[in-house]
Design a protein around this ligand. Structure first.
Ligand code: SF4
Ligand code: SF4
Length: 181
């Protein structure tokens, strides 16, 4: 067997440069073949959906936007230990720790808290490692279908505590529900 005939994939075709006939030059057969392909797809299940009217079912392991959790008394759980930032492969988390003052005991659960806590959503890959690393169950990737909104400025993708901390009403609601259950 010559080198020209060798085909590792078994799909090698020898290209012919022979002159096309008049019928071939009209591309009639090619057009019919194309139309048949189109008609075939008319009777198949559509893979596209009419978003936003239709929304696909989310995966059971879907991870949405992060939330910094509060405890049953509405206090922030985070103790600014930095383990989430250390475990983040995208280096998306930054924070600044502060000492809790005696009059702030109702705001922060631990003696140290995150005065500043920021996640760069342009870096985040929603891997969930920050959630895994946290010893205080203080950060969760929600399943709330909350998606980071599109924006024009890069600064707007750096989410601070104003966007990340669990709303107080939600913490109260969770406590009430747990009490009832
Ligand atoms: S989800 Fe992953 S990439 Fe995003 S902040 Fe957490 S550890 Fe970093
Ligand atoms: S979210 Fe958890 S891991 Fe990250 S700094 Fe706060 S307590 Fe530490």
């Amino acid at each position: 067997m010559s080198v020209e005939q060798l085909s590792l994939s078994g799909r090698k075709k020898v290209v012919s440069n022979k002159e096309m006939t008049f019928i071939e030059k009209m591309y009639l057969w090619a057009i019919i073949k194309g139309l048949l392909t189109t008609i075939k797809h008319l009777f198949r299940r559509k893979v596209t959906i009419k978003y936003p009217e239709e929304v696909r079912a989310f995966s059971p392991v879907y991870r949405g936007q992060h939330m910094l959790m509060r405890d049953d008394e509405g206090r922030e759980r985070c103790t600014a230990c930095g383990l989430c930032a250390l475990s983040c492969p995208a280096e998306a988390i930054t924070m600044k720790a502060a000492e809790r003052k005696p009059e702030e005991k109702h705001l922060y659960r631990e003696e140290k808290y995150a005065e500043i806590y920021e996640i760069n959503m342009l870096r985040c890959i929603f891997c969930g490692l920050c959630e895994e690393a946290c010893p205080k169950e203080a950060i969760y990737l929600t399943k709330s279908k909350k998606i980071v909104k599109a924006d024009y400025d890069r600064e707007d993708f750096i989410y601070g505590k104003d966007k990340l901390v669990m709303p107080l009403e939600m913490a109260i609601q969770n406590t009430v529900t747990n009490t009832i259950n």
